[in-house]
Design a protein around this ligand. Structure first.
Ligand code: AR6
Length: 173
């Protein structure tokens, strides 16, 4: 059975070992999902983030989940879309790969990802879904202990992009 599943809805409600936040390099909060996660986790999350000295694009850092049902939050910084020839795909893939490895290093065996970079950062949703699915599939081969990766879409359209990307992966096998 596949360890990759999809879900439509609010990532802050998921009771998994770690949810991933699409943050910015300050790690001090912002709009979109970042705001939703900080609001649901409570002020202790921002206090811990202040100790982390930010995070580079494509990298990830882990904190506790505080008032969230998830035990941990993995904060990653996606690339801003600049047309596609500024290394965006590699940086986005690095967000997924670094977050998964960090999860495994911290005994997080169920992880939920949002569609990193596809909101305020402007990454085209179809292309981002392909990067998410291909990267998670590749990295999971190397991390047999991870039990489930949930790719979370906030609406039906994003969900359709994920399903399409997962379908292409199945066809190719
Ligand atoms: N649950 C699941 N998905 C969500 C939720 C939610 N509660 N809220 C939004 N999304 P964005 P980015 C989806 O803009 O593009 C922040 O200010 C949303 O529909 O949150 O990586 C940071 O601080 C979209 O598909 O993140 C950075 O400055 C996806 O999550 C900047 O935005 C990502 O949208 C990061 O931009």
């Amino acid at each position: 059975m596949s360890r990759i599943e999809t879900h439509i809805g609010d990532i802050t409600r998921l009771a998994v070992d770690a949810i991933v936040n699409a943050a910015n390099s300050s790690l001090l909060g912002g709009g979109g999902i970042d705001r939703a996660i900080h609001r649901a986790a409570g002020p202790e999350l921002l206090a811990e983030c202040r100790t982390l000295n930010g995070c580079g694009t494509g990298n990830a850092k882990i904190t506790k989940g505080y008032r969230l049902p998830a035990r941990h939050v993995i904060h990653t910084v996606g690339p801003v879309w600049k047309g596609g020839s500024a290394g965006e795909a590699d940086l986005l893939a690095s967000c997924y790969e670094t977050s998964l490895r960090l999860a495994a290093d911290n005994d997080c065996w169920s992880i939920a990802f949002p569609a990193i970079s596809t909101g305020i950062y402007g990454y085209p949703a179809t292309k981002a879904a392909t990067v998410a699915v291909t990267t998670v599939t590749r990295v999971l081969d190397d991390l047999p202990d991870i039990l489930s990766v949930t790719l979370v879409a906030f609406d039906e359209t994003s969900h359709a992009h994920l399903q399409e990307a997962l379908g292409r992966k199945t066809d190719a096998r």
